[in-house]
Each structure stands twice: as C-alpha cells, then as structure tokens.
Design a protein around this ligand. Sequence first.
Ligand SMILES: [Zn+2]
Ligand SMILES: [Zn+2]
Ligand SMILES: [Zn+2]
Ligand SMILES: [Zn+2]
Length: 441
Amino acid sequence: QAFSLFVKAKEVPAAGQCAGGGGGPRWRCCRQAFEELAGIHRHVALQHGRDIGQQAGLAAEVSPSSGPAPAGNGDGLNGHSCSSPEISCTLPDTSHLSYEELTSEVGEVLLYYCYCEVKDPEKLCAWQKALCQHLHLTGKVRVASEGINGTVGGSKVATSLYIEVMLSQPLFKDILGKEDFKSSAGGAHCFPDLRVGVFKEIVPMGIDPKIVSYKENGIHLSPQEFHREVEQYLSQASQGQSDTILLDCRNFYESKIGHFQGCLAPDIRKFSYFPSYVDENLELFKDKRVLMYCTGGIRCERGSAYLRSKAVCREVYQLKGGIHKYLEEFPDGFYRGKLFVFDDRYAICSNEDIISACRYCGTLWDQYKLCSSQHCRQLVLTCPSCRNKGLTACCPVCQEKELKVTSRASGQTVKEECECTRRRPRVPIEHVLQRTLDTGK
Ligand SMILES: [Zn+2]
Ligand SMILES: [Zn+2]
Ligand SMILES: [Zn+2]
Ligand SMILES: [Zn+2]
C-alpha cells in the first residue's frame, strides 16, 4: 500500500499530460519520465525501497485502523489521551514539482523552534524524518517531549513547503507562526547530512525540563522593544548608572565575532555550562534587570527560566526571535559584527564591521577555520597571511603537536583537550567592579 501511494505521488497531473492522450509521461521521479506502470514500479522498487520502508513504518504507527483490533477489549478505550492534539503525519504533495525545483542549490536555511507538549516524540520524529527526506532537506532537527527545534536547508520551494506543512500540524497550532521561521540564504549544501532525533531537551542546557520548564521563561521583547531597551541601557551605562545587564547567552566563539554593544558575553564553551555560570555569578545578577539574547531565541527560553528560578534578578527579558529577527529590522543597529551559525557557512553578515582579530597577528579577522591539528578541531581565527606562514592551529601548543604527529607520520589521532582550553576556567567568574567600568564599550 505504501508502495502504490509513493508511485501515486509521482504521477504527472492530467493537466500536464498531452491532450489527446497517448503521448507524454505519466510519472516523474528523479529526473526521469515514465510512461509505463512497470517502468515506474521498477524504478521505485530499486531506488526508493528505503524511503517506502520508513513511510510504511510511519503509516502503520499512525493509522489505528491498520492493525488488528485487540480481541476481547470491549471497553472502548483506545489508549489515546485526548488532552493534546494528535500528531498529523501528512507529507506534502510534490508531484507537480520537478526534481530540479526540489533540489536546487540556491535556496535557504530555516531556523525555528516550538515549545509545546509532545506526547509521542518518537512519532513526531519519524514524521519529521520522512518530511525532510521527502523535501530533500538537510540539517538537524531535535525532538523532545518539550517541543521541537530545527535548522534545515534546501531549495526555496522545499523550505516553503516545509513551513506550510509545519504550520498545518495540529500539534503546533496557535503556537508556531510563519514569523517564527528565521530564514537566510543557503541551501541543502550547508549541512553534511540530515539528522533527526529524540532528545531530552530541544536545546542542551543539561537541566531536566521537568525541573526548569520553558513555561517559566522571561518576558519576550520584540526587536523594536529590545532595541529601545538597549538604547536606554547604553546611555545609562555611559553615565555609570545602569541597573541593567545585557547578557549574551551564547558560547564565547559566537559572541567573539558579533555581539550587542556593551553586552556581557560569558566565556563559556557550551550552553550546558550556562546554569553553572549563573550559579557562580549570582551576586552579579542581584537586583538587576537582565536583557538576554541569543541566535534565534531558543536558548533564552529556558536560560531565562533558569535565571528566574534563582530569584535574584529584578526582571528578566529576552529578545524574541533572537539576533536573527533583530537583524532583519535593524541590520545596522546595536548588534555589531557577524552572526555565528552552526552550519557550513559559519556566519551570516548584516553589516560590514569586523570586531574580532587574528589570534596570531591581531589584524581584524572574523572568518573561522578549524584548527589544523587532527586531535583538536577547535575553531580558530587566523588571517590569510598568518595561515601562509603555517599558523593554522588554535594555539602554539596545538601547532607543535601537529608538527610532531606529522613528522612521526602516525595515523592515530589522539583525542585530548588542547592547552588553550584546559587553561581557561570552565565557568568564568565575573568581577563585579570591573563590569561596571566596562559597560560603556
Ligand atoms: Zn525516484
Ligand atoms: Zn594574522
Ligand atoms: Zn587546536
Ligand atoms: Zn589550542
């Protein structure tokens, strides 16, 4: 049954066929046209056996009528709770689209998240996987009982269809809106593959969602509201009388190449260190108004909830839609430098400022490369002229190690933490006094 549904989806609509009948292809798949049922059947069996297996598994799980009725169970309960909407597992019709339209290199990358109660994360995950494969999307999608978080790349036609289908998913109804999808130029080539999985959290903070829930988040500010707050904060801070902290809750390598003027950017390597950062710096947040921001807004949701759970701040605000949405409205506003993204593009540019420097010579530079040392692979800012001199590692220690490894011609790669990360504290302690002086930068 799944097989014939798949074949049906590849049918060329009657309107597209030659008038008078007889001529013209009746099915299209993978750049090929098929005039006979046997032809398309053979192609699908050979090329799409795996896709169909997955869709069939999905369909069996979805449709309660496909299984035999449980014998002797006459109480009318079917095991489904009705308090939250059912997950719909519909896939969009793509039969009217050519393979080229679906797989064009020129496309976009979408970023979105939706916090909501998901009763059956496995089912949502299976549907997402089928949907992304169906639309030739690549990227990462995290599903959890607390919601969904994704970044996917594909052709413009594919990403538009993806948004359309996501918006019609009953589970996200009235929670997810068109404006919640942040888009930027890119495509399927921005990711090495497609990864869809079920996790405990949709963004890894390392705290059980049952303990710190997205429902306890800070107050959302629109880009305009946030802009006004930052403006006010900067003018007060320049006079040394601000009661506000502008907090960048991303990792150090993200804020290094772009951030809001006057922000506090914790020197943390992963978001899962953020709770400890808050714990270790509670004094700093005492009686403060905190303005938080991150890339697309997701880290602020539970990050602000965590901060609020400490009950030290006066109020916690967060930038709705993150830097992404802010830059759409204020490309030349208080956010300076580039926006780091977690795909092959590394960064999105909205203004020409370069706010970081080459690690070796100090020239303004903000294009990340991976450390050339096999065991390390950390991000490094090293300018072309330093690279030409062979300075391609994240630090001299790494560079030396690489030389040794190369000269020994050893095939083994040692997974060890680099000197430059081991030296720095995992969770930095901010110096409150120094902070007040810094804010005007
Ligand atoms: Zn095909
Ligand atoms: Zn340099
Ligand atoms: Zn390194
Ligand atoms: Zn290093």
